[in-house]
Unconditional design. Structure first.
Ligand SMILES: [Zn+2]
Ligand SMILES: [Zn+2]
Length: 187
């Protein structure tokens, strides 16, 4: 990967932050509050933010000596299915973002890798990678509809909640019952 990718960020893209209004003087602050449409595939296999759903960004952009510190929260709905019973899950998720983006050609830019510290591309910040990381970290890898979800009976696939107490498929088939008697006699 080349150290400096050509700037291809679209300033109008919802997850691109434009810092032109933020003077490059340490300590200067700007806040960004906006609602944007969630990008595709924001989540993990069983659960995530539906594409196009409203994501509320509530961020603080702060000039620091080497770049811009972005901190704040992003909130959105999540949808998925229970890993035990496959019932749909809907919830909401708030993730915290705290990420430094270094100015191009700053000392930080020259001395760190792009995967350690983010980069400004001109005046623009691509928030999407940090947002994806935060969302994936915050989501459960095994989502459940409720903590004590008992799941499905592996034999008939019916939810244990809907089955009578003592439900079982352990009745011995009469043909095998005869066979097991036979085995016992041989012993
Ligand atoms: Zn469940
Ligand atoms: Zn069953």
């Amino acid at each position: 990967m080349p150290k400096h990718l050509p700037t291809h960020l679209n300033p109008r893209s919802p997850l691109v932050l434009d810092t032109r209004e933020l003077p490059r003087r340490p300590g200067v602050l700007r806040t960004v509050s906006r609602t944007v449409a969630a990008p595709a595939d924001l989540g993990v296999e069983l659960i995530g933010v539906p594409e196009g759903a409203d994501l509320s960004l509530d961020l603080r952009l702060e000039s620091v000596s080497e770049g811009v510190l972005v901190s704040g929260t992003v909130t959105g709905p999540i949808e998925g299915e229970c890993g035990r019973c496959l019932r749909p899950i809907t919830d909401s998720l708030t993730v915290t973002i705290q990420e430094l983006y270094a100015y191009e050609h700053s000392t930080t830019d020259e001395t760190t890798d792009e995967d350690e510290v983010g980069r400004l591309q001109g005046d623009l910040i691509d928030l999407e990678p940090a947002l994806r990381d935060a969302v994936v970290l915050a989501l459960p890898t095994n989502p459940v509809c409720r903590e004590d979800c008992p799941g499905l009976c592996p034999e008939c696939g019916v939810h244990w909640d809907e089955l009578p107490a003592g439900h079982s498929h352990q009745q011995v088939d009469p043909r095998w019952a005869g066979l097991s008697q036979l085995t016992r006699q041989e012993e």
